[in-house]
Design a protein around this ligand. Structure first.
Ligand SMILES: *Cc1c(COP(=O)(O)O)cnc(C)c1O
Length: 409
């Protein structure tokens, strides 16, 4: 009757359901580097939605380090780290990250997703228990589920709820896992209290600092530096390199024994091609810039304060965040898409974040700042928001026909 295969026929209902619920996602074409001024689908936008918090993704020194290393080492690493792909650039970066984080050793992973899957599954399994904050990143939740350990989610940043769960468990190994900075809300985990709770209950603490590393701490050492947590207090530290560091990849840092355990048992480490050595070489330059150009963190903090003061004057509801992640929680998917579309009409790019990335009814505009933004650009954002929310209070925005495929999704 039609030319749909049996496979397509089986897949179509779930897609239709997503569309009907306004949860369908579409990709858009980025035709420029990742900077505040981007070209997307042929149009210029002022963007507030990258994770390039320090503005290093397009830094000339990082780019030339990449080019030089490509000339010296080629592009592909050609093998996994354990076979023949562990280049001297990877090794040097691992040593520099270990020194920077004050840990015995660091181990590079090809992505943060893999670092989380690899570490959690190597550390816990059947007979053990893993305790995760409800708002943890998907890769941490997936790692916990894949591990085969008893998987428990505790209420967001709720130490009492966690303590109750820790008391009840009879598991052998107990692993507590949290985001250092929560990716969709921008708030921080209470790490000193979590470290104390872990010690009291003979549990291990793992922190995913994807959004803190580079941004927090006097030298950009992230949540661990910000709270002054040693390797003993925070034994499993994960960070990513594709956000504030502006490159790609991730690491786990900790004791000699932890790192050797991951090399032997973390399957997403063992069974994958090592990242290109030129990425490691570029990241070594990023690491130097993160430490030496502290003005990037200072300017970022200025932008955040400026935005929060302006948004509060407009009566916008902000989260309890002091980081570059400053979401405006709208709630309803359709409204969130409509605001994102109205911003796009004014030349501002902010993605609507919807379930399942966030909980049902908590769709939001996830606004993020970069050290490359100017105060004037933050003012432009504030006046566009003022404009839209003012209009909206006169006549509620609805999703018009032209917005059915949201310009930015
Ligand atoms: C982005 C992110 C990851 C995944 O890192 P990739 O290197 O992009 O795979 C993991 N955890 C958190 C909290 C993240 O925001």
């Amino acid at each position: 009757m039609n030319n749909q295969s049996a496979l397509d026929q089986a897949l179509i209902p779930a897609l239709a359901e997503r569309k009907a619920a306004n949860l369908y996602r579409a990709r858009h074409l980025l035709e420029s580097p990742q900077t505040p001024n981007v070209i997307v689908d042929g149009k210029n936008y002022l963007a507030f939605c990258s994770n390039d918090y320090l503005g290093l993704a397009n830094h000339p020194d990082v780019i030339s380090a990449f080019k030089n290393a490509a000339n010296n080492f080629g592009i592909g690493s050609g093998a996994s780290h354990l076979v023949a792909g562990h280049s001297q650039e990877h090794h040097a970066l691992e040593e520099e990250i270990a020194a920077f984080t004050g840990r015995d050793r660091a181990l590079l992973f090809s992505t943060g997703y893999m670092a989380n899957l690899g570490a959690i599954t190597a550390l816990v399994g059947q007979g053990d228990a893993v305790f995760e904050d409800r708002l943890n990143h998907a890769s941490l939740l997936d790692g916990g589920l894949l591990s085969g350990a008893r998987f428990q989610r505790f209420l967001h940043n709720d130490l009492d709820n966690l303590q109750t769960r820790l008391q009840k468990t009879e598991a052998n190994r107990k692993l507590i896992v949290v985001d250092g900075v929560f990716s969709m809300d921008g708030d921080c985990a209470p790490l000193p209290e979590l470290a104390a709770l872990a010690q009291k209950n003979n549990a291990w603490l793992m922190v995913d600092d994807a959004h803190g590393f580079g941004c927090l701490g006097k030298n950009g050492g992230g949540s661990a530096e910000h709270f002054g947590l040693t390797q003993n207090e925070l034994p499993i530290l994960m960070g990513t390199l594709g956000k504030a560091f502006g490159t790609f990849g991730a690491f786990i840092a900790g004791s000699e024994t932890l790192i050797e355990t991951l090399i032997q048992f973390a399957r997403p480490y063992i069974y994958t091609t090592a990242m290109p050595p030129a990425i490691a070489a570029a990241t070594r330059v990023s690491l130097r810039l993160v430490q030496t150009e502290s003005w990037r963190r200072e300017h970022l903090q200025q932008l955040i304060t400026h935005f929060r003061e302006g948004a509060e004057r407009l009566g916008l509801q902000l989260t309890n965040s002091t980081t570059p992640i400053q979401p405006i929680i709208v709630g309803d998917e359709v409204k969130t898409l409509a605001i994102s579309a109205a911003l796009a009409e004014r030349g501002i790019l902010i993605v609507a974040i919807r379930p399942p990335t966030v909980a049902a009814g908590s769709s939001r505009l996830r606004i993020t700042f970069s050290a490359e933004h100017t105060l004037t650009q933050v003012d432009d954002l504030l006046s566009a928001l003022a404009d839209i929310f003012f209009q909206w209070s006169l006549s509620p925005l609805t999703l018009s026909k032209s917005m059915e495929r949201p310009p930015i999704d």
